[in-house]
Design a protein around this ligand. Structure first.
Ligand SMILES: [Zn+2]
Length: 430
């Protein structure tokens, strides 16, 4: 019985190869660049047409008033549901529809969706229009092959994941779309490779540190106080104390790549002194002692760490510099924070996808945790829904790179895994 179900789904998915290719190409050809958030309405209308045709009930939701939402760049999202018979769970596939800037170095047209040697190229091909197309093919095939399923299948395509997800999943979660009463299983088809299940991600803390000085003429720096030198002392302290400390903190989470199994800190930016002049300014700089210097830090922390402790490490480092350095004044400002999250390996969505991977690929899945965050954070924190993973086709390292691509065979394999997962979760004995 199970074998027959599985083979019917596998055959039906294989028959949709051309459809999967053209759907992926169509999605890549809508250049949903973020920032600023272009063509969001267009991609939602395209998906509305497609999914309504397949018998889904579709709602377009604008994240009115959310961060970055404006009349010029409205934050549009789409949620499509196909109800089966009563008495089953809801399985939800969530993809973001926005893509990052193109950058330089492309050989292919970034919005051409060209197919070469079994790969589809374009911005967003792997991150994550390929995953979106894969989940649509899986869901359509499943509901078409087994219309008597129990529960419901949902597909959402949401805005702004690349810029924090506030006009996308966070908004939908606030509106109750990810309430565990209405949705029980969530799969986010981010490009984590077709044989890996991503259980969660590390935590994030972004902050700004500013050192203060006093402006004076650059020929008499002793009359002022140089904020850049004060920042230099902060950076030396980081090198001597903070980076070595972070390297000693190791996690039990299966984070990939290996280097991200420890706590990390990046200095995203540094600015001090005279502002950079416009390109059309052809003169020399003026001699001034900088009275302000600012850095932005990006601290990624582990599930074993507490965010209060993470912040205290930085504060005590700054206080130490202050104790040793005459005239040292600073401000520390929080910008953004996300708690780490990790779904249990025995959660129902994890075990169902694991069984499906074993059946389709004839091997056990790898369990991984992402070094960075994605929309699972909002589903977890705002939606309070824990039964959530990322699983989808594509190679994560290609995301945001020139000549980004997704493999057609990988998408087909992932579509089979998704369809078999739906069968395990929603085909109940009647
Ligand atoms: Zn992504």
């Amino acid at each position: 019985m199970a074998t027959d179900t599985d083979s019917r789904l596998v055959t039906a998915i294989e028959a949709r190869r051309d459809d999967l290719i053209s759907l992926t190409q169509d999605l890549i050809r809508i250049p949903t660049l973020n920032p600023p958030g272009r063509y969001y309405r267009d991609i939602c209308e395209y998906l509305d047409g497609r999914l309504s045709e397949a018998g889904f009930h579709v709602e377009l939701v604008r994240a009115e008033g959310a961060l970055a939402d404006s009349d010029r760049y409205p934050r549009w999202n789409i949620v499509a549901s196909r109800e089966g018979r009563a008495g089953g769970d809801t399985v939800h596939f969530n993809s973001h529809h926005d893509v990052v800037e193109v950058g330089n170095g492309w050989k292919f047209d970034p919005f051409g969706g060209e197919l070469h040697d079994g790969r589809i190229y374009g911005r967003g091909a792997c991150d994550m229009k390929g995953g979106l197309a894969t989940s649509i093919i899986a869901a359509e095939t499943f509901v078409h092959t087994f219309p008597d399923f129990h529960g419901s299948v949902e597909i959402s395509a949401t805005a702004d994941e690349e810029s924090g997800g506030y006009g996308g999943v966070a908004y939908l979660a606030e509106q109750g779309w990810f309430d565990p009463i209405r949705v029980q299983h969530v799969i986010i088809p981010e490009p984590l490779n077709k044989d890996r299940i991503c259980l969660g991600h590390r935590g994030v803390w972004w902050a700004e540190i500013e050192t203060m000085g006093r402006i004076a003429h650059g020929s008499m720096p002793f009359l002022g106080d140089c904020a850049v030198r004060h920042m230099g002392a902060v950076l030396s302290e980081m090198e001597a104390y903070l980076f070595p400390l972070l390297a000693t903190k190791r996690t039990e989470m299966p984070v990939v790549p290996e280097g991200a199994k420890q706590s990390t800190l990046n200095i995203n930016a540094i600015h001090g002194g005279e502002p950079v002049q416009e390109d059309d300014y052809t003169g020399l700089p003026a001699p001034c002692v900088p009275d302000r210097c600012r850095i932005t830090i990006d601290r990624r922390f582990l599930i074993e760490e507490d965010i209060a402790e993470v912040k205290a490490e930085v504060t005590s480092m700054l206080e130490r510099v202050k104790g040793e350095r005459p005239g040292f004044e600073y401000e520390l400002r929080d910008l953004f924070e996300v708690q780490p999250t990790m779904t249990a390996e025995d959660a129902p969505v994890v075990t169902s996808v694991a069984h499906a991977i074993e059946k389709v690929l004839a091997r056990a899945p790898d369990y991984v945790v992402s070094p960075g965050t994605y929309d699972q954070k909002h589903i977890d924190r705002i939606g309070r829904l824990k039964n959530c993973i990322a699983y989808g086709p594509g190679i994560l390292d290609l995301a945001h790179q020139p000549d980004e691509w997704v493999g057609v065979d990988d998408m087909l394999d992932s579509a089979k895994v998704m369809a078999l997962t739906l069968a395990e979760l929603l085909l109940l004995p009647s």
